[in-house]
Design a protein around this ligand. Structure first.
Ligand code: NAD
Ligand code: 2YG
Ligand code: MG
Length: 263
């Protein structure tokens, strides 16, 4: 399980602004615009209560503060509770929170107490990164390479399939790849094995906890790499060499997806 670190969350506002500008360049809409269009919701006055959680590996420095900054960035009124855990939950509800945001090591949730809707970060992240990539205005086809088919990657790959894309998928876990090929009907594709169906892609979606998972040979000039996976799937050198438009941000895009999905 790969947990966020305070270093990942440094300058979260700047990271969000940069991600927003890449999303705009690729799709013509900003992150808010995509969420609004995709979920068909708009925030009005929902107050968000952010509850720090101490269980497992404990509180991640600046996690709650980053969520506070992110919710503010997307126009939500939010507060972080003084107390963590159950006392913090009680405090959030008593202080008028309509939506609760909280995470332990395994689950990061958004729960709208008014309408009962609940969201999990992993599928919401996979789906929104796939949705952004699917809107690549200059894509040369509806073919996409999906690398990493786990808790974030699977729902992302499924979203592309649902939108009518031809999905080439890869996961280092062969059993998982086989299972996904049969459940989603995607095409198995090994980026490191130059077999018959080897080719380049103008849309790549990546959701692994590893670096350098996208070899140079699959990258088209000016392709979009939409990747929630941390650390980055591709080196700065390759990004520059191929004019890659990178959509990558550690927490905010996925959180926006969760929030809009529970409105
Ligand atoms: P997971 O463990 O469920 O899935 C990761 C998958 O990647 C696994 O199936 C694994 O076999 C595969 N994998 C590992 N190395 C690979 C390689 N070299 N090539 C191909 N596949 C490989 O993890 P997850 O919950 O899906 O999270 C994936 C990543 O996304 C993590 O880095 C996590 O921290 C990150 N994440 C980011 C955000 C965000 O907002 N940016 C949100 C949630 C998760
Ligand atoms: O309240 C806290 O400070 C901690 N209990 C938060 C723990 C979050 C753990 N989860 C992760 O680090 C991520 N894999 C999921 C967060 C989504 C964005 N990457
Ligand atoms: Mg994110």
């Amino acid at each position: 399980m790969a947990l966020l670190t305070p270093e990942d969350l440094e300058n979260i506002n700047k990271q969000l602004q940069e991600a927003d500008s890449s999303v705009r360049k690729v799709t013509g809409l900003d992150i808010k615009g995509i969420c609004k269009d995709f979920y068909g919701t708009t925030p009005c006055c929902e107050k968000v209560g952010i509850v720090p959680v101490t269980s497992g590996n404990g509180i991640i420095g600046s996690f709650s503060a980053s969520l506070h900054a992110i919710t503010g960035y997307f126009g939500f009124d939010s507060f972080v509770t003084d107390m963590p855990d159950v006392s913090g939950y009680y405090e959030a509800v008593r202080n008028g929170a309509q939506i609760i945001l909280m995470a332990d090591d395994n689950t990061f949730l958004a729960h709208n107490l008014k309408n009962g809707k609940i969201a999990n970060n992993q599928p919401c992240t996979g789906i929104i990164y796939a949705e952004i990539a699917s809107r690549h205005l200059k894509a040369d086809s509806k073919d996409v390479l999906a690398v990493g088919l786990g808790k974030v990657g699977f729902p992302g790959a499924a979203h592309f399939v649902h939108k009518g894309f031809r999905v080439y998928g890869y996961d280092a876990d062969k059993a998982l790849l086989e299972k996904t090929v049969s459940s989603l009907g995607i095409i198995p594709f090994d980026p490191d094995n130059h077999s018959d169906n080897f080719r380049k892609f103008s849309i790549i979606f990546e959701a692994t906890p590893c670096a350098n998972t996208i070899p140079e040979s699959v990258i088209s000039e000016n392709c979009v790499i939409s990747t929630p996976g941390i650390p980055c799937a591709i080196s700065k050198e390759l990004q520059k060499k191929y004019g890659v438009e990178l959509i990558m941000e550690p927490l905010g895009i996925g959180t926006a997806s969760m929030l809009y999905s529970v409105l």
